[in-house]
Design a protein around this ligand. Structure first.
Ligand SMILES: [Zn+2]
Length: 211
């Protein structure tokens, strides 16, 4: 699948899964110095490959007649600072709830390790600005995910599929935490408990064949 076709596929899935309403999110995928990004002002379930512009990593338009998403500077800042090859940004409901009420998402489930443990909330700045891009870059250090204050979430990955799955996981973790708060005080996993999970993952149980 071409980079642009991938954007169409995952744009549709993001809308189908309720992670994005209309134009309230953007995706990009990188190959070498080129980045295919979703266009500004087109609903993510209405994309066609021709509608998706291609920019280079320094932000020059290389191909396409549409304007790149207004969050493209944030995507490019992430590519500059990490070895990610895909970035997914949405205004998903539970991610945005956490991003408007907290400064971080604590690890209440061991699956949070897949995102780097604690998910930090990047300080608020106006969308599309270099300030927001810098704040996201800081919050993402050593992580696969960050939240953006009063805005939404962003995840990265070595493929668009992995960045997209990270967005689904981030939303699930935020939902568990928010729903947990409605019931009681969610217990937060300790560093020791998280280290034990890593240890376990490195040493999975073995099932020898019956003689
Ligand atoms: Zn946004």
């Amino acid at each position: 699948m071409s980079l642009r076709e991938q954007l169409c596929e995952y744009g549709r899935r993001a809308v189908d899964l309720g992670l994005v309403i209309g134009t309230s999110g953007n995706l990009s995928v990188r190959q070498g110095d080129l980045v295919a990004v979703t266009p500004s002002g087109v609903a993510l379930d209405r994309l066609t490959p021709e509608l998706c512009p291609i920019v280079d990593v320094s932000g020059h338009l290389v191909e396409g007649d549409t304007q790149p998403s207004s969050e493209t500077p944030m995507h490019l800042a992430v590519y500059e600072a990490t070895d990610a090859l895909a970035v997914v940004h949405t205004h998903s409901v539970f991610g945005t709830v956490v991003a408007t009420t907290m400064t971080e998402l604590p690890p209440v489930h061991y699956n949070a390790l897949a995102l780097g443990g604690v998910v930090k909330v990047a300080e608020y700045a106006t969308y599309g600005t270099p300030e927001l891009a810098a704040n996201v870059r800081t919050a993402l250090e050593g992580k696969q995910a960050a939240l953006m204050a009063n805005h939404g979430g962003v995840t990265i990955g070595p493929t668009l599929e992995q960045a997209f799955e990270a967005t689904r996981l981030l939303e699930w973790l935020c939902e568990v935490y928010v729903r947990g708060l409605a019931v009681g005080k969610p217990a937060i996993l300790t560093d020791d408990q998280l280290a034990a999970v890593v240890e376990r993952a490195l040493n999975p149980p073995s099932f020898p064949r019956r003689p």
